[in-house]
Design a protein around this ligand. Sequence first.
Ligand SMILES: [Ca+2]
Length: 365
Amino acid sequence: MRLAPFPGYCKRYIIIWLCAALALEGCRDHPAADRMEAGSTPAKAPVAPEGMAYIPGGQFLMGGKSAQAQEDELPRRSVGVSAFFMDRTEVTNLQFQAFTEATGYVTIAEQPVDWEALKTQLPPGTPKPPDSLLAAGSLVFQPTDGPVDLRDLSQWWAWTLGADWKHPEGPGSSLEGRWDHPVVHIAREDAQAYARWAGKRLPTEAEWEWAAMGGLKDPKYPWGNDPVTAAADRANFWQGVFPFRNDTLDGYYRTAPVGSYPANGYGLFDMAGNVWEWCADKYRADTYQMQTAPSEVINPLGPDTSFDPAEPQAEKYVIRGGSYLCSESYCTGYRVSRRMRSTPDSGFGHTGFRCVKNVEDAPGG
Ligand SMILES: [Ca+2]
């Protein structure tokens, strides 16, 4: 199956124009099996900090696990990951509020756009947009009236002044009834600030994929290999035809309360769908091709430099897990090996995060 070309996310780039299409190729199939992976689970797993799960160390084939794998998910190679703790859920609005109240932190989306910083991400000569567009805001999903060219993100992402984590759909919206939903409109540096405050860190891309597998051998999804077309009770994603008809068979149009669907084998919720989750690694389309030495595939930290062929000027970081906007006809972000990228100063209405912690850094670790 060939997917529509999917450019990476870059909030402020969209203010001006949209990213070029990235040609994607179908890839070879990897028959998957739902048997347990032999991880290095100790006889007695360490007690996880509150709200976190213990993820045993192990070795796995990281990368594309089906014919839907994109070029940047290949080649698959054996990767080793040490044990760690991971938040069972995406960080919620209530948790993020505790952070901002304790620190006074103001997110990127709550601040005016810094044109000097923005233009470094854009092709030389890009004209400065009107000041009215550079006020504080973020990108909010708005459905289209019918089928559209899926390469053109601007048709469903609306630059919305006043949209931020406390106002997910912009002025007039609030968190009432959504305190247990994942926080959104979070830039990577916002997520890092929260993680530092919480004594945690963002997961590496390898840790994220290993954890999403939940102890299964080569699963396509965190729940195994049952087709996504029959998985509306497994995760919050888009059922219907993106971006205009959402059948909400899973019960939610946008975010869902964390933990609304079954956990994977490690006790992690929403590793597929709900919101994209920031990772620590810089994004390169050829990351997996570059990591060839054994030392590069044991707890890999990602490349030193970023490169997204669709937006060569922009520094990108990896996001994982997909969101409530993912569908079979579009990004399939709910696949455990699916990689996506976004600029670190970008927040979106479908982007949040969760944190991890080293075992040795936990009490009693
Ligand atoms: Ca949904």
